[in-house]
Each structure stands twice: as structure tokens, then as C-alpha cells.
Design a protein around this ligand. Structure first.
Ligand code: GLA
Length: 749
């Protein structure tokens, strides 16, 4: 709901209110963002009263107590008295950046603008407020957009900058959102890492000064995800994320006067955009949410927003197939015969989709060659893609394939033919990475080539699934494309080109399930999720490491977006040994796959996998689409829950294998309704060598389950377990099915 009256703008979602107003100087200032206000009487009391600050510039002689540097600004401009990070910087004339934006109009509309290629979809209840601002001196116009998603408490923001002057101007910075919070004392949660340790949650107190979270890798990156939260001691939380896959920047600054400002948008690093007279520039969209009830509830708002407005197409709400991927089973060492052996095992275990990973095309025998040459190798696939796909499908499996379209190997026919298609500075050798360069996706002919090759692959292979990889970052930024006016445009144009290509392919092949990947999770963002419903979370499938990676990822993104595989033990990344049931328990909270040599498993593991797949298929809707929450019981103990309707699946995770502590944990289910009764069934594989199997089925009232928790037998992973399984990082994992007990008499003894 949006209301505009007497210069007051009020954006309402079910549980939040966002208030702004136009000052009598014509500036747009922020009033508050917090719990829903049903009656705005007295909103004037929220206004800043001004103060006496010597050495700080004030608005004008009539407003000598109003200081831009201490006010809550809605879209702050540089060089007009506010020394905090600005939202916008436009260079005009001979290098001026000074802007003074005033409100010139506003309008409310149903639905929303869809002009940026990666955009959120509107709901029926979606409304947008557009506020038009213009510089006082020059016709440089900014349209701020606020789209309200009432049901999931999300507000979407973006800005359009238009050049109404008679000369070109250069956009140096254009944030998608800026939010001024009137207080300090916040903690910042960011999601950081590197290859194989993506999105670990870090929390730091915010002190005066500016913290920058960003990516300069040419993609959203595994170093710092665009997802951030601010949290205070009262459990108030602000969450932010960006619908963009390129370089992003979040600044969080605490002013000397106790204000906190957040900006988010395209990273100004390597960015500048020349805007000719009459042209305009659209920023990507950003989302924000507020919760008075902790991060978990803010994350759930983001989850429901992503499930409904970001993910789209045929697979949006559909249950995703369980897959087998041959990468860690064979790496580059495979023949068609070997693949079919794997497919036979997979089909027998109940797997639904076979994914042929890297190594099937060009002269690719290793990672030194072949990218760009998208035709099958006759030595490996004697009957081509058609033949292999046929054979796989005749075994009752869907066929999926790996591609890395954005890249070109130095040793490839494509590079020999088109050395000019790579991103490279003239006269300077670009830095190689995994023996490959980046194709210049801002060029139409490059995108045309890829569209043609990939369409042929997808058609010939009757492909149902595509793993779209991207295994290096962008360096040596330069494009020789004639549409590029400044080299500072190239990284953004690359992302626009990528969206164009993915959009065309998604439209041409609406039934294909696309999974994004970038050396694991180097590009896990909302922009990619507009085109690909799921993303490979991390190359690291070690059971212990995955707990942190998945928990960090789930802070911002729902389970249905998160590819999660059971791989071999010892794990190929950590060399840590773990039990197959532990590996499954963690993978089950995402989109399940197997990535190991099934032909080498013993019968015990095969039986375990069969049972896992049966269990997963039965509860797949809950595990993929349910409401996720986690409960940390102690340093070493946590529960994950995924609930949908009247059923939840829970897992108890002990991250370190502590020697028989005798601890007796309690299973608490925070979502239980006190007026209801629940049946709790424990399922656990037996521990090899110990012959122990624990299973129980008990009934408990919602109050017992929610407030007290049911006592569990101590996790017992020490005595009697073979030395091999007692490796640090392996953990006991019990899974629980918690169902509302419909049978009135069932709990009464
Ligand atoms: C990346 C991916 C892996 C695998 C390899 C193939 O590292 O993250 O899953 O596909 O590429 O080269």
C-alpha cells in the first residue's frame, strides 16, 4: 500500500512502514523505516529538529539549523554539505560533481517497471511509487522507484538517471538504494569467503567510519556476497540484497552524529557511463526488508520474495530432480561406456537426471583447451550428443549437460579464429586463469555465436538441464565494440550482454532447468536467479564445511536455489572422512544430487543411497520449498528445520565429532503451534561397525515441543566406531519428521 499526502510518502507492507517527506526547501528526506504504522497521526514528530553544529554547512540562511550532513537523506548527492557516501555522482561540464536534487513530482502506479533485464516480477498487490527529482540548476533528473511487496515485507528500489542537458554527462556512481537510519550501535552481518568456502557469515560491530563490502571480480563474487544485514540488540534487523550479477558495492557508514547510512548498487570501481543528451540510465533493482524479530524472520521474508518474484519459468515451483553428476566420479577421464555404467547405477538407485560435466567437447582432455568449441568429441561420444542422450534417456533418466559459454581457452579453434573476441587491453597480454580468457559478451556477434552453438547442443542432446559454469574472473577490462563510449561501461555491458543471452536461451528452451555455477558459488546472486532457478553452492561438499556454507547461503536464499551434492569420502576438497548419512543430511536441505563414482560403492552405501533418495522424494517439496530455520543449541549442536503445511523435517547437526560426551540434547521445534499435537519420528542410518540403529516415533504437544523440547539420546559416535569414521568433522546426524498429529486419540495413553 502506498499513500501520498501533504508531502508525506508512506509505503506499507504487512508488518513494515517506510516514511519520507518533502521539506519546504524541496528536498526529499527520510523519516523512518520500521514496524507498520496504522495511524500516521503525529508523523511530524518523527522529523529531525536540526541542531547547532559549527563548521558544518547548512541548507541556506533561512534554515540555518538544518545540516545536510546530519539529515536523513533519501538519495544523497555529493558536494552539498553531506560528507557521508553519496548515492549518486554525475560529472558534467568540466568535471563538476555538485548536485542538488529537489522533488518535482511523484506518481503511484499498479505493478512495476520491468525495464532492467534482471528484474523482480510483480505480485497482484504490487504498487510502485516514483518520485521525480531534478537538479536545481541543470536538467539532470533522477527518478527514484519504490515497489512494495506487502505479503513478504519487501521494498524494491531502483533509480533512473536522465540527461536533459544539451551535453554528454558521465555517471560515476548510481546507487540502487540509500537508506539513512537515525541511530548507531548496529552490527553488520556479511557473507564472505573464497573458492570452496563461500558465504560464511561474519558479524562485526559498526563504529564511526565506513565499511565497504564489495566485489571487483567482474561478477558478484565469492569474496563478499551482496547480501547484508544490520542488527541491533533489540532484535531489529534491516536486510539488503541486489538483483545484479556484476561488481557490487555496499557501504555502511556511521556518522560522527550517530546516524547509520547504507548504500547499495553497482560498484563505482571500473564503472563510468556516458549519457548523451536525451538518454537515461537504469540502475539494477535492490531489495530491502525490516524485521523487529531477528535475522531469521528477515531471511524468511527474502526467501518468500525470491521464491515468488525472482525465480520464474517452468521450474519455478516444481520439485527439482535428484541428479548424478560425473565430475567428481570421473573428472576428465571418461568414455561413453564409463558414463553409461554410471547411468545404470544411478537409475537403479532412483536418481532422475544424469549430468555430463566438463570434457565432452572440442579437444578438451584437460582444463588447458577447448572452451569455445562447442561440438562433441567423436572419440568420447561416438554417436554424438544425440546418441549419448538417447542411451541415457532409454535408462529412464533425464539428460543434462555442462557448458561454460562465457569463456574461451587459449588453445581453442575459436581463439585462433577470433582473438579479438576476448576482453583484453590493446597491446597488453590479458592475465590467463585456468588457461582461459573471457569472451566479450558486450559484443552482439559473440552472443550470436554462443546462442547458435548452445541452441544446437541443447537441441541435439534433447537436454533437460544445463549447468552453466563460469570459471574465472574478469581482468584487463577493455572492449573494442563500437557501442562502448567509455571503457568504464564494459563490465556493466558484459552483465547486460550475459542477461540478454541467458534470457534468449531461457525463452527458446522454456523446459530446461538451468543451474548457475561459477567455480562453485562465485556468482550466487539474485540476478542469476532471474534466469536460472538454482545455483551450484560450492565445489566444497565436505560435510563439516558445508554446514557453514549452506547456513550462510540460506541466510539470504531459499533451499530450492541451492544445489547440494553427496560426494565421496574422503572428500576431494578436504580429504576428510564422513559417513554417507551425514553427507546426505546436509545435502537434503538443498536440491539434492550425487557426485561420486557410484560404481565403486559397496552394497551398504548403495542401500543407504536408495533409502535416502526414497526419503528425499517423499519429503522433497518440504525440503526444497519449505520455510527454513535453524536453531543453535550450543557451540557444537544445531538443528535445521524445513516446514511446509503441517509437516517439518529437522536434522540435528553436531559439527565436531566430540568423544562420547553424554550430552543429552533436546529437540525443540520453534514453529510448533501450542494448541496442536505432533508426532516426531526419528530416522537414522545405522552406524557402520556399531550396528546401532535408533528410530523412535513419539507424540508431543505443541507446548512441550516448542517450549521444552523432547530429550534425545546422547549422540554416540565414539566407542566401537572404526578409526576411519572417527575423523574430526564427521557428525552424527539424526533426521526427524515432525507431523501434526491429526488422530485425536493418538497421544493419549
Ligand atoms: C567448476 C565447477 C565444477 C566442475 C568444474 C569442471 O570448477 O564448479 O563443479 O563443473 O568446473 O571443470
Amino acid at each position: 500500500m502506498i499513500s501520498v499526502s501533504n508531502g508525506l510518502f508512506h509505503l506499507r507492507t504487512e508488518h513494515t512502514s517506510y516514511l519520507m517527506r518533502t521539506t519546504d526547501t524541496g528536498h526529499l528526506v527520510h523519516l523512518s523505516y520500521g514496524a507498520a504504522i496504522h495511524d500516521t497521526t503525529g508523523w511530524e514528530l518523527l522529523e529531525e529538529k536540526g541542531a547547532v553544529l559549527s563548521t558544518v554547512p547548512y541548507w541556506d540562511e533561512e534554515h540555518e539549523h538544518l545540516y545536510p550532513g546530519n539529515m536523513l537523506q533519501e538519495y544523497p548527492t555529493p558536494d552539498r554539505g553531506d560528507a557521508r557516501p553519496p548515492a549518486i555522482a554525475v560529472e558534467y561540464g568540466s568535471g563538476s560533481l555538485t548536485l542538488d536534487l529537489k522533488v518535482i513530482g511523484s506518481r503511484v502506479m499498479k505493478g512495476k517497471d520491468l525495464s532492467f533485464p534482471a528484474h523482480a516480477l510483480p505480485y497482484d498487490s504490487t504498487e510502485t511509487l516514483e518520485i521525480e527529482l531534478s537538479d536545481r540548476l541543470l536538467p539532470i533528473m533522477v527518478t527514484l522507484r519504490y515497489t512494495v511487496y506487502p505479503e513478504c515485507d519487501v521494498i524494491l528500489r531502483s533509480a533512473r538517471i536522465a540527461n536533459g542537458t544539451g551535453n554528454p554527462v558521465i555517471i560515476r556512481e548510481a546507487a540502487s538504494l540509500s537508506l539513512d537510519i537515525p541511530s548507531d550501535g548496529w552490527k553488520l552481518h556479511s557473507f564472505d569467503g573464497a573458492w570452496a568456502r563461500e558465504r560464511h557469515e561474519n558479524v562485526r560491530p559498526l563504529l564511526p567510519g565506513t565499511v565497504v563490502i564489495d566485489s571487483r571480480l567482474g561478477c558478484s563474487g565469492n569474496e563478499h556476497n551482496p547480501l547484508i544485514y544490520l542488527e541491533n540488540e533489540r532484535g531489529e534487523v534491516y536486510g539488503f540484497n541486489l538483483i545484479y550479477s556484476g561488481n557490487h558495492r555496499e557501504t555502511v557508514s556511521v556518522s560522527p552524529f550517530g546516524r547509520t547510512r547504507v548504500t547499495q548498487g553497482i560498484n563505482p570501481f571500473l564503472f563510468s557511463w556516458k549519457l548523451m543528451p536525451g538518454e537515461s540510465f537504469e540502475t539494477p533493482e535492490a531489495i530491502m526488508t525490516y524485521s523487529g524479530d531477528g535475522i531469521e524472520s528477515a531471511a524468511q521474508s527474502f526467501h518468500s520474495f525470491i521464491r515468488t518474484s525472482i525465480v520464474r519459468g517452468f521450474w519455478k515451483d516444481r520439485e527439482r530432480p535428484v541428479l548424478i553428476n560425473n565430475w567428481e566420479a570421473t573428472y576428465f577421464d571418461f568414455t561413453e561406456e564409463r558414463l553409461l555404467e554410471l547411468a545404470d547405477e544411478a537409475a537403479a538407485l532412483g536418481i532422475e537426471l544424469f549430468v555430463l560435466d566438463d570434457g565432452w567437447f572440442g579437444h578438451r582432455r584437460d582444463d588447458r583447451r577447448g572452451l569455445g568449441d562447442w561440438w562433441p568429441q567423436p572419440e568420447r561420444l561416438p554417436d554424438g550428443l544425440e546418441g549419448l542422450s538417447e542411451k541415457i534417456r532409454s535408462r529412464g533418466l533425464l539428460f543434462g549437460i555442462w557448458v561454460e559459454p562465457e569463456m574461451i581457452s587459449i588453445d581453442s579453434d575459436l581463439y585462433r579464429q577470433h582473438p579479438d573476441w576476448v576482453i583484453a587491453q590493446p597491446g597488453r597480454d590479458p592475465l590467463p586463469c585456468r588457461h582461459q580468457f573471457v569472451l566479450d559478451l558486450s559484443r552482439t556477434e559473440v552472443r550470436e555465436y554462443l546462442f547458435r552453438c548452445l541452441s544446437e547442443v541443447f537441441e541435439k542432446g534433447s537436454v533437460s538441464y544445463v549447468k552453466w559454469d563460469m570459471n574465472r574472473t574478469i581482468t584487463d577490462t577493455f572492449s573494442s565494440d563500437s557501442s562502448v563510449r567509455l571503457q568504464g561501461e564494459v563490465q556493466h555491458r558484459y552483465i547486460l550482454g550475459l542477461y540478454d543471452l541467458m534470457g534468449r536461451l531461457a525463452e527458446a528452451f522454456p523446459g530446461i532447468l538451468f543451474e548457475g555455477c561459477a567455480s562453485g558459488g562465485n556468482r550466487y546472486d539474485l540476478g542469476m536467479l532471474c534466469f536460472m532457478p538454482q545455483i551450484w553452492t560450492s565445489d566444497n561438499t565436505d560435510v563439516h564445511d558445508r554446514v557453514g556454507i549452506e547456513e550462510g547461503t540460506l541466510r539470504g536464499y531459499p533451499q530450492s536455489t541451492m544445489g547440494a551434492h553427496v560426494s565421496a569420502s574422503p572428500g576431494h576438497q578436504s580429504m576428510r572422512v564422513s559417513r554417507i548419512d551425514s553427507r546426505f543430511a546436509v545435502a537434503a536441505f538443498g536440491v539434492l544430487g550425487y557426485e561420486l563414482d557410484l560404481t565403486k560403492l559397496d552394497d551398504e552405501d548403495k542401500e543407504a543411497i536408495k533409502r535416502q533418495i526414497c526419503f528425499y522424494k517423499k519429503y522433497r517439496k518440504i525440503l526444497q520449498q519449505g520455510r527454513f530455520s535453524s536453531l543453535h543449541v550450543s557451540r557444537n549442536q544445531r538443528f535445521w528445520y524445513s516446514s511446509l503445511g503441517s509437516t517439518a523435517i529437522a536434522v540435528e547437526i553436531q559439527t565436531l565429532n566430540e568423544v562420547h560426551t553424554g550430552r543429552c540434547d533436546r529437540l525443540v521445534y520453534p514453529d510448533a503451534y501450542e494448541s496442536k499435537r505432533y508426532r516426531v519420528t526419528a530416522v537414522r542410518e545405522s552406524i557402520p561397525g556399531l550396528g546401532m540403529s535408533e528410530e523412535f516415533s513419539v507424540c508431543a504437544s505443541g507446548t512441550i515441543l516448542r517450549k521444552y523440547g523432547i530429550a534425545l539420546a546422547p549422540q554416540f559416535t565414539g566407542n566401537g566406531v572404526s578409526a576411519e569414521t572417527r575423523v574430526l568433522g564427521d557428525f552424527g546426524s539424526r533426521m526427524y519428521i515432525i507431523e501434526e498429529e491429526k488422530d485425536e486419540g493418538a497421544c493419549i495413553r
